[in-house]
Design a protein around this ligand. Structure first.
Ligand code: ATP
Length: 228
């Protein structure tokens, strides 16, 4: 579904991602974990067409999409849930969801309300009035309305209470269970590895370890060096 090869991202003199390669198979749940500043957001933003790549290739669904703009990728089913939710605070929940359905049509908005009862209850409230956890559900709901085949989630558990984090991870598992592939970027490495099939550990913009997520989680050296 997604193949990244030798990806480089630079911001002027900052070399944020160095020769990174990773794969997300059809319907797989893959996680990219690493400390603050390791380059996780740069990878996800480069794949999503939000940040320009300085080298390497991104192949999605058999096509070279390295230079595709974000809106074209969204139409093709590659949809990002950005770090910090980025909901449109002054618009209502319903308006946020309908806008996200600009190309797929509003048909999926009803499905999102069925899945997230809390969003249905708050549909006419400004998105900015929702709690952090509710805003995260809205951010995920917005991605689902776009009829994704691959969802990229950037730090979905950030700043949320433990109970809400459980709910976010339950929703991520549900997304995968419906056959949608997921690339999950997380600082909460233990939770992310526990949920994923395959994991990549990023440090200083490079993949330092990768393998079946369960094996990484049980590898004492990995846990000590990178997962805290
Ligand atoms: P975080 O969890 O804090 O988002 P991260 O692992 O996602 O961390 P990135 O945000 O990708 O890491 O940042 C990787 C490196 O690139 C860091 O050194 C960061 O300071 C730098 N960086 C990120 N964005 C920019 C930018 N727009 N301009 C300059 N440097 C940047």
């Amino acid at each position: 579904m997604l193949t990244v090869r030798d990806l480089d991202v630079r911001y002027g003199r900052v070399h944020a991602v160095r020769g990174l390669s990773l794969d997300v198979p059809d319907g797989g749940l893959v996680t990219l974990v690493g400390a603050n500043g390791a380059g996780k957001s740069s990878v996800i933003n480069a794949v999503s067409g939000i940040v320009r790549t300085s080298g390497g290739t991104v192949t999605y669904d058999g096509r070279d999409v390295t230079r595709w703009p974000a809106h074209r990728l969204v139409k093709a089913g590659l949809v990002q849930v950005p770090e910090g939710r980025q909901v449109l605070a002054t618009l209502t929940v319903d308006e946020n969801l309908r806008l996200a359905g600009w190309h797929s049509g509003p048909g999926l908005v009803g499905e999102v309300y069925e899945r997230f009862g809390v969003l249905a209850e708050r549909r006419d409230l400004p998105a900015g009035s929702l709690s952090g956890g509710e805003q995260q559900m809205l951010a995920i709901g917005r991605a689902l309305v776009a009829r994704p085949r691959l969802v990229l989630l950037d730090e979905p558990s950030m700043g949320l209470a433990p109970k809400i984090v459980d709910e976010v991870f339950r929703v991520i598992a549900e997304i995968r269970d419906t056959g949608t592939a997921v690339l999950l970027v997380e600082q909460n490495a233990r939770r992310a590895l526990a949920a994923a099939d395959h994991g990549y550990v990023l440090a200083g913009g490079e993949v330092v370890r990768s393998g079946p997520a369960g094996e990484l989680l049980e590898d004492e050296a990995v846990v000590r060096a990178y997962l805290g």
